[in-house]
Design a binder for this molecule. Structure first.
Ligand code: S3P
Length: 448
């Protein structure tokens, strides 16, 4: 993987943001498209793949395990899969870079193949908990040798045939759910995952799309039981990846907080397991309109128009958290400029993302003059009532792309510049982020 020199940058308020932009492909869907294409027999194509470092780490790993993956000059990716059960022993450690999704989902794939793989990652990923996948994947018979605390670097020795499990998720995590389902593809019998709290369902949708026998039953309390019939034969597909609603949240919030703005983001994935951010912004009074609603590759898609709005603080119900889990950093920015108080709780998972997002957002917001208090499992924010925040501080982004982008957005409504210490992590999920802000009229600030 490429390693960057850190580049700090100033973000300054520069007047209304206006225009129409498209954000890169959905990260979650891009990972899954590469993995399932690599497990189908024959040729799949992927259009709109996110060409960010996280997804490229998945592509490199699938190549290292035997799939043929190429990018055409037209930007369409072609994958020749090896078939379920056909993954080969990688010759070197799989470098996951900054990508938790690559690491956890690929561990699931390796776990039920008769191969051994080492997983390494950057400093951020090497701090993140892997016990949540090691536990269920050990139950199917895979063997793990992890670093202290159940972290990377680690080695997985897969087992084939492995033993299917019936597993109730102890943490609301689409990555854990997906790791188990992907492992289940190459096992005899039925793998069952019980999901008490709904998380993103891209794996379920795409597994079905590739022809896997997967069913979902939902009981009266909303508890989902997902059943996957093993020894699946996946059929190659032509996949179109919608724009990432997590990435779209940045220009949307930038427009909402910057007076006079009107921004349209086209082709945004609107899967209801991902749109909590938009519902909560609307609850705060955001002027959002959706147009051109359609379906792309089994996922709902729309264009979103966001206009500058007077926002009011809200209490975010904890059960909404999984559908906006990656959007809290930029949501906190919106809250810091709303009128009144925003209260969040039940967000302990934010402490084990690319960084401790509760701690870093509280610190960064406080540094630019916002009133943010960190609790054990959330933030309490008293907004500025639409007034610009002070700015004039340097933000520590700690290898976390979403912290960096959130403060670039915050800078659009601050009296003095907001300096983000290191913009390089943005390449993991949103290549072209700064160019997009400039297209909307944000001032181009020199690298400092
Ligand atoms: C993801 C699931 C979420 C999310 C991550 C992507 C996925 O993580 O935060 O960015 O693609 O399955 P968890 O499964 O840890 O909640």
């Amino acid at each position: 993987m490429s390693r960057h020199h850190s580049a700090s940058r100033n973000f300054l308020a520069s007047g209304p943001l206006r225009g129409t932009v498209r954000v890169p492909g959905d990260k979650s869907i891009s990972h899954r498209a590469l993995m399932l294409s690599a497990l189908a027999i024959g040729k799949s194509t992927i259009t709109g793949l996110l060409e960010g470092e996280d997804v490229l780490a998945t592509a490199a790993a699938m190549r290292a395990m035997g799939a043929q993956i190429d990018r055409g000059a037209d930007g369409i990716w072609t994958v020749h899969g090896v078939g379920v059960g056909g993954l080969m022993q990688p010759a070197a450690a799989l470098d996951m870079g900054n990508s938790g999704t690559s690491a956890r989902l690929l561990m699931g794939l390796v776990a039920s193949h008769g191969i051994t793989a080492s997983f390494i990652g950057d400093a951020s990923l090497s701090r993140r908990p892997m016990g949540r996948v090691i536990d269920p994947l050990s139950l199917i018979g895979a063997e793990f040798t992890a670093s202290p605390g159940g972290t990377l670097p680690l080695m997985v020795r897969g087992l084939c045939p492995a033993v299917p499990i019936d597993y109730r998720l102890p943490v609301a995590s689409a990555q854990v759910k997906s790791a188990i389902l992907l492992a289940g593809l190459n096992m005899p019998g039925i793998t069952q995952v019980i999901e008490p709290i709904l998380t993103r369902d891209h794996s379920e949708r795409m597994l079905r799309g590739f022809g896997a026998d997967l069913s979902v039953e939902i009981d009266g309390d909303g508890v989902r039981t997902i059943r996957l019939v093993g020894e699946a034969e996946l059929q190659p597909q032509n996949i179109e990846v919608p724009g990432d609603p997590s990435s779209a949240a940045f220009p949307v919030v930038a427009a909402l907080i910057t007076p006079g703005s009107e921004v349209t983001v086209t082709h945004v994935g609107m899967n209801p397991t991902r749109t909590g951010i938009y519902k909560m912004l609307e609850a705060m009074g955001a002027d959002l309109t959706y147009s051109n609603e359609r379906e792309v590759g089994g996922e709902p898609v729309a264009d979103i128009t966001a206009r500058y709005s007077a926002l009011t603080g809200i209490e975010v119900p904890p059960n909404v958290a999984p559908s906006m889990i990656d959007e809290f950093p930029v949501f906190f920015v919106a809250a810091s400029m709303a009128s009144g108080r925003t209260v969040t709780n039940g967000l302990e998972e934010l402490r084990v993302k690319e960084s401790d997002r509760l701690a870093l957002m509280a610190a960064g917001l406080t540094a630019i003059g916002a009133k943010a208090t960190e609790t054990e499992d959330g933030l309490i924010i008293d907004g500025s009532g639409g007034e610009p925040l002070e700015g004039g501080a340097t933000i520590i982004s700690a290898l976390d792309h979403r912290i960096a982008m959130s403060f670039a957005v915050a800078g659009q409504n601050c009296a003095r510049a907001v300096t983000v210490d290191d913009m390089s992590p943005i390449a993991t999920s949103f290549p072209g982020f700064e160019a997009m802000l400039e297209d909307l009229g944000a001032e181009k600030c020199p690298i400092i």
